[in-house]
Design a protein around this ligand. Structure first.
Ligand code: ADE
Ligand code: ZN
Length: 338
């Protein structure tokens, strides 16, 4: 590992864009499938990994939802989350904000309670063992109806103490944020913060809708924002965080070549950009690999890497005291690593 990769890997970090279902490593998938007597259409872990070639977002989503179909019990959700948190802890992630997609599971008869209780128990254990802090973001599947999202929100209200924000993910093209305006209004009225995937495959106009109609405080991905100069200026002026995922962009062919990845322009234009792993089991890297993948192609400097990590705490859903503590620890560590 070169010096800058070692530097960024050693820093305490926050991760803000991570789908728990996207952390399902094939080894664990086989183990849980066997335990639950669920058949999967692969003979080996290698065969599963060989299937992870995607031409676009939908190719990936089809495989991702099929994989999640193996998860049945609270223990399964606990083990899935535990495995991610262990990995994140090893990579010096000290705070993580995790998406979960309840409809992926309730749609096949798994109770909402089973899903959230398993995830929450693992988050609690990570807090007790390592002091790792976390937030949960309940994400609506945008290929389903707004009515379905309303039913999901209703179930989430029973766990409002465990859920910080609502989000919007799945197939972006043809499913604009405007489709979910009313359910986001209701979620915000109930006290949830709001984020949305926008401008991953969809146009800059979807980012505009997410800001103006859903009143999100963060944009997930947001790459295509750069197509609209006025929107880009507004994102910079308001310091709206973008949770960018470089290896995801590469694997889903949102970005053909990391040499031309939008993080370079986002940094140069003063945007509040952060680096995240999205679905690490599918895209070939956890958060550290996402930072290090950009170092050479974008000629990132030590100061720029530090700024990206600082942004991860600035953009996190933390109270101001916690944020300051995390930023102080970050600077102390940065001063010690050469
Ligand atoms: N669900 C999981 N990962 C996603 C992504 N990158 N975009 C949209 N929906 C997702
Ligand atoms: Zn995502």
């Amino acid at each position: 590992m070169n010096e800058l990769a070692r530097f960024v890997s050693a820093l305490p970090k926050a991760e803000l864009h991570l789908h728990i279902e996207g952390t399902f490593e094939p080894e664990l998938m086989f183990e849980i499938a066997r335990r639950n007597n669920v058949r999967i259409p692969y003979k080996s872990v290698d065969e599963v990994r060989a299937a992870y070639r995607f031409g676009n977002l939908q190719d990936f989503l089809d495989i991702y939802y099929a994989g999640a179909g193996v998860l049945r019990t609270e223990r399964d959700f606990y083990e899935l989350t535990r495995a991610y948190l262990k990995k994140a802890h090893e990579q010096n992630v000290v705070h993580t904000e995790i998406f979960f997609d309840p409809q992926t599971h309730t749609g096949r008869g798994i109770p909402f309670d089973t899903v959230i209780r398993g995830i929450h128990a693992a988050l609690e254990d990570a807090r007790k063992e390592w002091g790792m802090t976390s937030r949960l973001i309940m994400s609506f599947l945008r290929h389903l109806s707004e009515e379905d999202a309303f039913a999901t929100l209703e179930q989430g209200l029973r766990y409002r103490d465990w859920i910080t924000a609502v989000g919007l993910d799945s197939s972006e093209l043809g499913n604009p944020p405007s489709k979910f305006r009313r359910v986001f209004d209701r979620a915000r009225a109930e006290g949830f913060l709001a984020v949305a995937h926008a401008g991953e495959e969809g146009p800059a106009e979807y980012v505009r809708e997410a800001l103006d109609l859903l009143h999100v405080t963060r944009i997930d991905h947001g790459n295509r924002s750069l197509d609209d100069a006025e929107l880009t200026r507004e994102l910079a002026r308001r310091q709206i965080p973008l949770t960018v995922c470089p290896l995801s962009n590469l694997k889903l062919q949102v970005c053909r070549d990391l040499n031309r990845h939008p993080v370079r322009q986002m940094l140069d234009e003063g945007l509040m950009v952060t680096i995240n792993s999205d679905d690490p089991a599918y895209f070939g890297g956890y958060v550290n690999e996402n930072y290090t993948a950009l170092i050479e192609p974008l000629q990132l400097t030590r100061d720029e890497l530090l700024r990206l990590v600082e942004n991860s705490f600035k953009a996190a859903f933390l109270d101001e005291t916690m944020r300051q503590t995390y930023l102080e620890n970050l600077h102390q560590t940065a001063g010690q690593v050469n």
